[in-house]
Design a protein around this ligand. Structure first.
Ligand code: HEC
Length: 135
């Protein structure tokens, strides 16, 4: 079981991605396997980001911690710790380390959505965040 989980994680990882755009391409390629012709949508990404779910009372949406304005610094709803803007703005390291990105997608999606996010959802979200940061 453990091996299967690890294996699917490896496959989902766009291995050599280094820029947010490359990471996005990796998710699009992955999503297109399940849904041929998949094209990422910033609008779907925005909806996904602000959607309030009932999995957790404390953290109903991604924007609960990352704020409604993804180019602004966020704040952890429980620890109150500052979170660097989730959108990859100039000079930030956002979405440049695939392992880090996957780790947090896994954790935050489980907490907020109640399951892992799909490659399509990740692609939409990244498309949205890139639009916000001017790319
Ligand atoms: C309880 C607060 C909280 C919520 C809610 C939350 N996050 Fe996060 N998120 C964090 C923290 C803390 C980090 C890691 C610290 C950092 O990178 O600044 C993080 C980092 C991330 C990263 C890493 C980005 C990178 O590559 O640098 C992604 C992706 C992410 N979150 C996606 C999401 C998504 C998608 C949702 C909604 C489904 C969400 N988060 C909801 C707190 C939160």
């Amino acid at each position: 079981m453990k091996r299967i989980v690890l294996l699917s994680l490896t496959v989902a990882l766009p291995a050599l991605a280094e820029t947010p755009a490359q990471l996005l391409n990796g998710y699009v390629t992955e999503a297109a396997k399940a849904q041929p012709g998949f094209a990422p949508s910033a609008e779907r990404g925005r909806q996904f980001y602000v959607e309030r779910r009932s999995t957790s009372d404390k953290m109903p949406s991604c924007s609960t911690c990352h704020t409604d304005e993804p180019v602004a610094a966020g704040k952890h709803v429980i620890t109150n710790k500052r979170i660097e803007p989730i959108a990859p703005i100039a000079g930030s390291k956002r979405f440049t380390e695939p392992a880090k990105t996957e780790k947090w997608f896994h954790r935050n999606c489980k907490e907020v959505v109640g399951r892992d996010c799909t490659a399509g959802e990740k692609a939409d979200l990244l498309r949205f965040l890139l639009t916000k940061s001017g790319a």
